[in-house]
Write a protein of this length. Structure first.
Length: 108
């Protein structure tokens, strides 16, 4: 699930800010620690995704890669769009490369 910050409720924003102890607007700042912010965002995402009892303690046990996957971090639009396609729509056969001309064929 990719979390769109614009869809957060005010309660979710307050939860994230309380847990992270920084304003949500500081998420992109390089100088602001991200650990507690990520824990709070993962918790909100998992709760929205059908697990209302998901706790920050559970999120603390995740690796950064697992947390990024949950919140959709690092996905570009192409990757996200491909993930939504049925497998029958994906091309699985490799296309052969064009032959490389022999450089000796051009010598006179």
């Amino acid at each position: 699930m990719r979390l769109d910050l614009d869809t957060l409720t005010l309660g979710e924003v307050a939860f994230i800010e309380r847990y992270a102890d920084v304003p949500l607007s500081s998420f992109g700042d390089d100088d602001v620690p991200k650990g507690r912010m990520m824990i709070a965002i993962v918790t909100v995402t998992k709760r929205r995704d059908g697990n209302p009892q998901y706790s920050p303690a559970e999120a603390e046990k995740l690796t950064l890669a697992e947390a990024n996957k949950i919140v959709g971090a690092g996905e570009d639009e192409t990757t996200a769009a491909l993930a939504d396609l049925p497998s029958s729509a994906l091309v699985t056969d490799a296309v052969p490369a064009a032959p490389v001309p022999d450089p000796d064929a051009f010598k006179s």
